[in-house]
Design a protein around this ligand. Structure first.
Ligand SMILES: [Zn+2]
Length: 101
């Protein structure tokens, strides 16, 4: 899991090659929806979402993770990683995933 900020200052996280944007903050968790869900531009009405703790350091719940209704956002994510100056991110993401689970 990696965190980014968009050029507009919106927070997003990348998990398993998909982007999630912050939907809302609860008292104990942040709720993220797939960037192709909701009313976002280019939305496919993807139902995938997940919750993290308030510091976004840990995923505390994931729902519908297997039911993205589109292919992973590889191309978009690679572009964002390049823009963020992270070059070894693919390998890093795998390491992160192993640590978290
Ligand atoms: Zn999705």
């Amino acid at each position: 899991m990696e965190m980014y900020k968009t050029s507009k200052g919106r927070e997003l996280i990348i998990y398993e090659n998909n982007e999630f944007t912050l939907r809302r903050r609860n008292k104990t968790s942040n709720v993220w929806i797939c960037s192709l869900g909701g009313h976002n531009k280019n939305s496919t009405n993807c139902p995938a979402m997940l919750k993290t703790n308030l510091t976004n350091s840990q995923i505390i719940m994931k729902e519908s993770m297997v039911s993205h209704n589109h292919l992973p956002h590889m191309e978009k994510i690679e572009k964002r990683k390049l823009m963020s100056g992270i070059k070894d991110s693919a390998e890093k993401a795998r390491v992160f995933a192993r640590v978290l689970y």
